[in-house]
Design a binder for this molecule. Structure first.
Ligand code: SAH
Length: 436
């Protein structure tokens, strides 16, 4: 269950509302008709999803205030537990000092932080990132739901287990009604306010079909819909925006052009052009890359982070690569990313974008388990995803191995909410970008 906490609009300017939550300011995109200063609104994923009548908002706020204060205190307590100074490299300590003073990391410094193999350094770096997250973004945590509606794919990306040449995979497509129902249920019974609709590159879902799905969901429930459907024409994306889609999850996968073309059989520029066009259209973009790909250097990883920052997405959605045995890359055998390195990547992302929303991907959770996820939340991460794809389809959406199980959903929601609250995070819709 996700919680719905209304905030009060204190300013509206150029399609953006500044919203106050118990004294904290957040900024969200608004195209909802008639959002005015003084209104109470629910915002999620960077978008004002609905307005709430004053009376109802007052009731929710007074019942939530005590919990909110308790969570905030817990977050402050945890984020101020300094790691021991012993064993920390002098230059890393100096770099972290400068970041805390507001200085921007150079590329060389980022590389140094990424490459340190000293665990005391990692502790200091992740502590600094968490402290900055707490100061700049507060304890808000964003929880999106994801519905993977088709594992059919016309592409053959070398990293991905649902590529068309995986002939062992049972393919599925959710019907229009199944997708709409899943979304409706997620909102009505679980309280989700932001949903990602994801699929392989599947032309079966024509733009008209997708428009119908989006419009029907929006008619039934108030929710932010984000699409993760890959390369489609600009006009298609325009039409889908008009039908009500507001978010787009599209990673550029790697900033290394040679590596991208080798993995994806198309030029990186095309993907980046699409991502930028989506932003220009008004989509709230979630983007990032895969870390730990064969042939990817540490310099590439730093470049990936800088490119993501340059795109200025609503959410950073980079995550580790997990080799899939049915793919070329999975067969090649390779060293997996270590947890400490994955944590330093997350932390560096926070250090270069202090107010960003930073997702801990489901691949990260899969690779590093509960303890890894907990540490990721204490290393700068502040967003999570819950897979809402009905079983057995969730297991068949095997972009990486071991996805989905029959008992997953209820437990998973409880796990995410319990983990977030235990760490003093507020699993509510208030995780829109911190106002400047
Ligand atoms: N067709 C859509 C959605 C693809 S699946 C698109 O291309 O945007 C969503 C993401 O899963 C991909 O962008 C990729 O980064 C990630 N992914 C694919 N295979 C993976 C693997 N083996 N390990 C981790 N993430 C993977």
């Amino acid at each position: 269950m996700c919680y719905s906490i209304p905030g009060k609009v204190i300013a509206v300017k150029a399609g953006r509302a500044i919203i106050d939550y118990f004294g904290e300011k957040r900024e969200a995109h608004t195209d909802t008709e008639g959002v005015e200063v003084g209104d109470f609104v629910l915002a999620q994923g960077g978008v004002v999803v609905e307005t709430v009548p004053d009376g109802a908002a007052g009731e929710i706020l007074s019942s939530w205030q005590e919990t909110f204060e308790r969570l905030k205190a817990r977050d402050l307590e945890l984020s101020n537990v300094k790691p021991p100074k012993e064993g920390v490299s002098e230059d890393i300590a100096a770099i972290m000092e400068r970041v805390l003073e507001g200085e921007t990391l150079t590329k060389d410094e980022m590389l140094r932080v990424l490459q340190t193999e000293n665990s005391s350094d990692t502790q200091l770096v992740t502590f600094t990132a968490n402290l900055i997250r707490s100061k700049e973004q507060g304890n808000s945590a964003c929880v999106h739901g994801i519905i993977e509606f088709s594992n059919n794919c016309s592409l053959d990306c070398a990293y991905c287990g649902i590529g068309k040449s995986n002939i062992d995979l049972t393919r599925y497509r959710l019907s229009t009604e199944e997708i709409i129902k899943s979304a409706e249920q997620a909102v009505k019974t679980k309280g989700f306010k932001a949903l990602v609709l994801q699929s392989g590159e599947d032309a079966y879902y024509t733009t008209d079909k997708l428009k119908e799905i989006i419009a029907s969901i929006k008619k039934r429930v108030k929710v932010m819909i984000a699409l993760s459907i890959g390369d489609r024409g600009i006009d298609d994306y325009k039409a889908l925006y008009e039908a009500g889609a507001r978010g787009a999850l599209m990673r550029f996968e790697t900033s290394n052009e040679g590596l991208y073309s080798a993995l994806h059989s198309s030029p990186l520029k095309e993907r980046l052009d699409t991502i930028n066009a989506l932003k220009d259209m008004g989509y709230l973009v979630m983007t990032g890359s895969l870390f730990g790909l064969p042939g990817q250097s540490d310099e590439d990883i730093v470049d990936d982070m800088l490119l993501t920052k340059e795109i200025a997405p609503e959410m950073f959605s980079s995550g580790p690569f997990i080799p899939h045995p049915s793919t070329e890359l999975g067969k090649s055998g390779m060293e997996a990313l270590t947890l400490n390195k994955a944590l330093r990547i997350l932390a560096l992302t926070r250090l270069i974008d202090k107010k960003g929303s930073i997702l801990i991907t489901t691949a990260f959770e899969k690779l590093f388990g509960v303890e890894g996820t907990r540490r990721a939340l204490l290393s700068g991460g502040n967003s999570m995803m819950v897979n809402l794809t009905p079983y057995p389809y969730s297991a068949l959406y095997s972009i990486y191995p071991g996805k989905g199980s029959a008992s997953e959903l209820g437990k998973r929601i409880e796990f995410v909410i319990t983990l977030l609250m235990e760490l003093g995070r507020s699993p509510s819709e208030i995780s829109v970008r911190g106002a400047e």
